[in-house]
Ligand binder design. Structure first.
Ligand code: NAG
Length: 123
């Protein structure tokens, strides 16, 4: 008897909290929330065949990121994380000519050692 009274009380108490799910989180699809969260999107290397100095880029999908000075103008190969298309550009701010790849790429000679910014979007 006492046990079921406590159970009933706890059930009511939990219902009263509404489980505190923010209203805006309910309105946004899970996939969109995932896209907004900063995550590791791209790996870039200074040498061919994914060797040499390695840069891992963390950002929200669709955000343009300038490479730090120690990686600008040295990138020769790269990998986009699963489900993404990544692009690097010859100028900062994702401007100028861009080189896009899915999965992995050895950079063409015109972009080799010239990437200064990058962006990744969902496939
Ligand atoms: C890119 O840099 C590497 C290392 O300095 C060099 O061996 C390679 O020839 C460069 N590539 C181009 C296209 O200049």
């Amino acid at each position: 008897m006492q046990f079921s009274t406590i159970t009933a009380f706890l059930t009511l108490a939990m219902a009263g909290t509404g489980l505190a799910v923010p209203v805006d989180a309910q309105a946004i699809p899970a996939e969109a929330l995932e896209a907004r969260a900063p995550a590791q999107l791209i790996d870039l290397w200074g040498d061919a065949n994914f060797l040499g100095l390695k840069y891992t880029g963390t950002a929200e999908r669709g955000a343009c990121i300038n490479l730090p000075s120690n990686f600008a103008s040295i990138i020769t190969s790269g990998k986009a994380r699963s489900g993404l298309k990544c692009t690097t550009w010859i100028n900062t701010g994702c401007t100028g000519t861009g080189f896009s790849f899915i999965s992995s790429a050895k950079f063409d000679s015109w972009i080799d050692n010239k990437s200064k910014s990058w962006k990744c979007i969902a496939l």
